[in-house]
Write a protein that binds this ligand. Structure first.
Ligand SMILES: Nc1ncnc2c1ncn2[C@@H]1O[C@H](COP(=O)(O)OP(=O)(O)OP(=O)(O)O)[C@@H](O)[C@H]1O
Ligand SMILES: [Mg+2]
Length: 394
């Protein structure tokens, strides 16, 4: 039996359900931070690193700190400046050993011993710490020229106000498989922002109702590799080409690791099979520059059958059904072959529109799409009934 199924069977409540709980706990104190929370969970599920980029005061730090609280794991949190010394992150050199001519770092409670690391203002990293960070992130090896230690880093989270411009930071930036541009909340959420921020100011952050340890995370991570990806590979390759043709270049590292994030997204949605919708995670993997975030979103919205796309199509259908309804209402009683013919034509069109709506329901598992589709089908049915009555002269 697959790990994920086993996870489901062993725990009545399903370990996959834990992911939903974690997501809820993570977003609980905040307004409009669902996407950001998802990025953090995707990083944890894939044992990858994530960078949140955005203007000051958008809860980047607060969110990552909250994630650290949900994990019963060794954490190391530090705010970098241009002047941060290696000793601040990796521990001081042992003076006694030094007297004997040996270089030994005292790494206790420092980054090399942490499983979850949060480096705020990550792209302030200077050359004195950069190379050490690169091998820690990629090879999970701490090497500072003197000491080599295998580290148990699970994920490193970074926050920054901007995308790094300096070429020497490119390798560091590339190690963040997941990148997300955090936007201030939109105006319809300002009211809830007041409420939530008031709550935080008054009572602090709510104590998490769920905390998971490393063994749970390990189980979830191994379940990622059991997700069936056969249905999405071809489309993923096509998307690589499309992105490349629009000047969005993914390094080979990112291309290679994309499948892992797709699988993690399927798991996050309670599935052991990846579907086209899961390819949406490319919006966290493909962008490099600030402009790319929007560009990639647009490309994916065009190329993927996402719930958003279905909902938009359903809105359009709903609007035209309403227009047809008004048109019919203004129709005179059926007094000519022409009117009857016209009504029959509309009737047939509506029937095929209804078929299209029903096929959408089959194409996606998204509940909001299903709900909206049923609403539209009902509207169409009512209208069909009206037309029938008109034709029959009732
Ligand atoms: N979406 C939000 N929901 C609730 N509170 C928020 C939200 N955005 C910001 N806040 C409040 O603003 C505070 C500032 O957030 P935080 O320090 O995490 O921002 P930041 O993005 O890390 O900023 P900087 O880039 O300056 O470090 C949070 O502690 C929180 O109280
Ligand atoms: Mg911050």
């Amino acid at each position: 039996m697959s790990t994920a199924k086993r996870l489901d069977n062993q725990h009545g409540n399903s370990d996959l359900g834990i992911l939903q709980k974690l997501l809820m706990e993570l977003t609980k104190p905040f307004v409009g931070r669902e996407e950001e929370a998802k990025v953090i969970l995707l990083a944890l599920l894939t044992r990858e690193h994530a960078a949140l980029i955005g203007e000051p005061g958008t809860a980047k730090s607060a969110l990552i700190r909250r994630a650290a609280q949900l994990l019963d794991m060794k954490c190391f949190i530090y705010l970098l400046t241009k002047y941060t010394e290696p000793a601040e992150l990796f521990g001081p050199l042992d003076i006694n050993a030094l007297k004997e001519g040996k270089y030994v770092r005292i790494t206790s409670n420092k980054l090399p011993e942490a499983e979850i690391v949060f480096l705020d203002e990550i792209f302030k990293a200077n050359s004195a710490i950069l190379n050490t960070l690169l091998t820690i992130m990629n090879e999970r090896l701490f090497y500072d020229g003197y000491t080599e230690i295998r580290v148990s880093l699970w994920s490193l989270f970074g926050a920054s106000n901007e995308v790094p411009q300096e070429p020497e930071l490119e390798a560091l930036y590339d190690r963040f498989l997941l990148r997300h541009y955090v936007k201030p909340v939109s105006d319809e959420l300002w009211k809830s922002l007041l409420k939530k921020a008031w709550e935080i100011e008054k009572n602090g952050y709510p104590k998490p109702e769920i905390v998971i340890d490393k063994s749970v995370l390990q189980k979830l991570q191994s379940a990622v590799f059991e997700v069936d990806l056969s249905g999405v590979e071809a489309k993923l390759l096509k998307l690589f080409s499309i992105l490349e043709s629009k000047n969005i270049h993914l390094t080979d590292r990112r291309k290679g690791k994309a499948l892992k994030v797709i699988a993690a997204n399927a798991l996050l949605n309670g599935r052991l099979k990846a579907v086209e919708e899961d390819l949406i995670i490319l919006k966290f993997v493909a962008p490099h520059d600030i402009d790319d975030f929007e560009k990639v979103n647009i490309i994916l919205a065009e190329e993927l059958k996402t719930p958003y796309k279905y909902l938009r199509e359903l809105e359009e259908i709903q609007m035209s059904v309403r227009e047809v309804g008004n048109y019919i209402a203004s129709f005179p009683v059926v007094n000519s072959r022409f009117v009857e013919y016209r009504l029959l034509e509309i009737y047939r069109d509506l029937e095929s529109t209804r078929d299209r709506v029903l096929s959408m329901v089959k194409e996606t598992e998204d509940e909001s799409v299903h709900k909206k589709a049923m609403e539209v089908v009902e509207q169409i049915n009512e209208l069909l009934e009206k037309i029938r009555r008109k034709i029959e002269g009732r």
